[in-house]
Design a protein around this ligand. Structure first.
Ligand SMILES: *Cc1c(COP(=O)(O)O)cnc(C)c1O
Length: 416
């Protein structure tokens, strides 16, 4: 079978579109249209506009008789290469890139919701997503309900006749909670709604939501897709029809990705799967170390058989062959003794960076209750499961023994 995303009209594609390829080959070579210069590494097109052969040619580009670049807010060859490569990896017809992950979530709201519609969301969401929905979309007349991402009955009970979008992250931040994507896609489609999944934590290397029935996948490419904490970027992936709606919003609203960032992210995709395998292997060992430490109260990681969604996670994270399973590399863990203990563990690290970014080659550590979640009321924090002893760790690519020793230092010296 030929792959439809490798466009047969692009004669200079780095991959022959009449052949079928394994995924890692697509990650390294897919989606790029080599120029006449014959460059081996993908080129960065830093241009805002494009030149036409004649006045008629210009008119044809504007009136749609001819396909081609007009302005880089609309399309850009480097951005397009990133979009095509990510679409191949997620298994979607088309991808449209945005300036950041939040840009993709804003695009989702503007493209698929209007006044009078109902947005049914997981409660376990990236903080800025909740702020965007509540601050800007509620006043515009969009109804919003939050339910626990792992509670299928709660989702079902909250569906309304005007529900247009079901939205979740899986695994979620910082407690690694898992939404049952097959169940949610059926629920959405039975009710004439879309299921949209933020796949930032799993990435297409581990989980492909479109295969599980989701209609649109959203990414903050700033995390694992870049993988080294250098640039911001985002994307939506889905059918041509749904992506055309998103593209119109991005083009008109100016939420477009820069060519330089697209290039960094394009290169990030080449090593994504290999990096995710190493991230996951490190995380599995660290989760085991933490769950055996006497000063750790609880470990939130769907790779542990004791995690309530372990089986669902195993089923959904089916795309990466990792010793012990692929469960991502974000671990939440609660230390005994609340906030002073958590700060002690964090302050005794000498390798892990104290920063709230995640999905980086460098391990990062944060105390959610006093940073990412500090704006929430104490009641809302408790409801979200973010207690004072909780630490979030994004497991990087350092030697796993150094990460373990870094945590051990603070954990061993706790006096509780
Ligand atoms: C970081 C993040 C976002 C927002 O992405 P930006 O690129 O920072 O705008 C959205 N969703 C999740 C799950 C994230 O971790």
């Amino acid at each position: 079978m030929t792959n439809p995303i490798l466009d047969p009209n692009w004669q200079q594609d780095a991959l022959d579109p009449s052949l079928d390829f394994f995924e890692q080959t697509l990650a390294v070579r897919g989606g790029y249209h080599r120029t006449d210069e014959g460059e081996h590494s993908e080129a960065i097109f830093t241009t805002s506009s494009y030149v036409y052969a004649s006045a008629k040619d210009a008119a044809d580009h504007f009136n749609g008789n001819k396909k081609g670049n007009v302005y880089s807010r609309h399309t850009n060859p480097t951005v397009r290469a990133f979009e095509r490569r990510l679409a191949l990896l997620e298994g979607g017809e088309r991808c449209v890139a945005t300036a950041s992950g939040m840009g993709a979530i804003l695009t989702m709201c503007l493209a698929y919701l209007k006044a009078g519609d109902h947005l049914l969301c997981a409660r376990q969401l990236f903080g800025s997503s909740v702020a965007l929905f509540d601050t800007y979309f509620k006043p515009l007349g969009i109804e919003i309900t939050y339910v626990d991402c792992f509670d299928n009955d709660a989702w079902q009970n909250a569906v309304q006749s005007n529900t247009k979008v079901l939205y979740c992250e899986s695994p979620s931040n910082p407690l690694a909670q898992i939404a049952d994507l097959s169940y949610l896609s059926k629920l959405a489609h039975d009710n004439g709604a879309l299921l949209i999944v933020d796949n930032c934590f799993a990435t297409p290397a581990i989980q492909k939501p479109l295969e599980l029935g989701a209609d649109v996948v959203i990414h903050s490419a700033s995390k694992y897709i870049d993988g080294q904490g250098r640039v911001l970027g985002g994307a939506l992936i889905g059918s041509d029809e749904l992506m055309e709606k998103a593209f119109t919003v991005i083009r008109t609203g100016g939420i477009s990705l820069s060519p330089f960032n697209a290039w960094v992210l394009l290169k990030g995709l080449e090593t994504l799967s290999i990096r995710m395998k190493a991230h996951c292997e490190n995380a599995n060992q660290i989760a085991e170390f933490l769950s055996n430490h006497p000063n750790v109260e609880k470990v939130h990681f769907s790779g542990l058989p004791s995690h309530p969604s372990h089986e669902v996670a195993k089923r959904q994270h089916s795309h990466l062959n990792v010793n012990g399973g692929a469960f991502g590399a974000i671990i939440g863990f609660e230390v005994k003794g609340g906030q002073p203990s958590a700060w002690h563990v964090i302050d005794n690290t000498k390798v892990i960076s104290i920063t709230n970014n995640l999905g980086d080659a460098k391990s990062t550590i944060t105390h959610p209750a006093t940073t990412t979640h500090f704006r929430m009321t104490p009641e809302a924090r408790i409801e979200a499961g973010v207690n004072d002893g909780l630490i979030r760790l994004s497991v990087g690519l350092e030697d796993v023994n150094d990460i373990i020793n870094d945590l051990k230092r603070g954990l061993d010296s706790l006096t509780i």
